[in-house]
Design a protein around this ligand. Structure first.
Ligand SMILES: NC(=O)c1ccc[n+]([C@@H]2O[C@H](COP(=O)([O-])OP(=O)(O)OC[C@H]3O[C@@H](n4cnc5c(N)ncnc54)[C@H](O)[C@@H]3O)[C@@H](O)[C@H]2O)c1
Length: 258
């Protein structure tokens, strides 16, 4: 077990890929706080982990609110006594409104999908320092990068534009947070997943685009949520102890940034 005796927070852990990260971290021995606005879903994941003999707690919090996120971190610390890992996974994705092109909506998207990452990072910072370091993993997306294939629609609507803007900000923020955290042994890395067949993807991404991405993937496939959890464990664990400020693209070989 790679995360034995560690305490991990997974934001947006109530469903989809976040649920997979939470289950995998628990399998690897961590106590897991499942943080989400979707209280019911978070409680179900808590129960799933408990049934398998793991330690978990569901906490309702809004990652875009400093007050709510600070309170969440305190609750995790009170419950488990330490915080070692923050998986910054929550985002407006399933709930994305592709028809809203207002600046107000863009602000909301940036508040949750970008600033939420900084807010939660700040909320856990002092607790990680207290235990001599930690690992923060920010979730970006290949939506942060220009599309590699001819014929693919580029930012064909404002929703994608706002989402991509936030996710590219995550790449920058990851480097910045890594500089701040480094002297305290707090490592900050990101994962940029490619198209992953969560319920959100099935709802938001048109079938045609999914087929195009699949065709362009060197490994000839889209991802399932569980496919991302190995990279998450790697970044959360000592195996990556000399890695910080990096964004790892995990997309079956569509974007090849390195
Ligand atoms: N599915 C994909 O293809 C894909 C690809 C690249 C990146 N991602 C990213 O991976 C992450 C998970 O994706 P998913 O497919 O499971 O999406 P999802 O929409 O099912 O999961 C996101 C979770 O975040 C929660 N959330 C939203 N706003 C919140 C807030 N303000 N405070 C707390 N929780 C909040 C939602 O309730 C939801 O449970 C997201 O960051 C997404 O952008 C997904």
């Amino acid at each position: 077990m790679k995360l034995k005796d560690k305490v991990a927070i997974v934001t947006g852990g109530a469903q989809g890929i976040g649920r997979a990260y939470a289950l995998r971290f628990a399998e690897e021995g961590a106590a897991v706080a499942i943080v989400d606005l979707r209280d019911e879903g978070a409680k179900k994941v808590e129960a799933e982990i408990a049934e398998k003999g793991g330690r978990a707690v569901a906490i309702k919090a809004d990652v875009s609110s400093e007050e709510s996120s600070n309170d969440m971190a305190k609750q995790v610390h009170d419950r488990f006594g330490r915080i070692d890992i923050l998986m910054n996974n929550a985002a407006i994705y399933y709930d994305m409104d592709l028809t809203d092109s207002s600046i107000e909506y863009l602000r909301k998207m940036l508040d949750v999908n970008l600033l939420g990452i900084l807010i939660c990072g700040r909320a856990v910072f002092s607790y990680m320092r207290e235990v001599g370091g930690g690992s923060i993993i920010n979730i970006s997306s290949t939506a942060a990068y220009p599309l590699p294939m001819p014929g693919m629609p580029v930012a064909e609507n404002f929703g994608n534009y706002a989402y991509g803007l936030a996710k590219s900000g995550v790449v920058f923020l990851t480097k910045n947070m890594a500089r701040t955290g480094g002297p305290h042994n707090i490592r900050v890395n990101a994962i940029a997943p490619g198209v992953t067949m969560s319920e959100a993807t099935k709802k938001v991404v048109p079938d045609g685009i999914i087929e195009m991405l699949k065709a362009g993937a060197s490994l000839g496939s889209t991802l399932e949520p569980w496919d991302l959890t190995g990279t998450a464990v790697y970044l959360a664990s000592e195996d990556s102890k000399m890695m910080t400020g990096q964004t790892l693209v995990v997309d079956a070989g569509v974007w090849m940034n390195g």
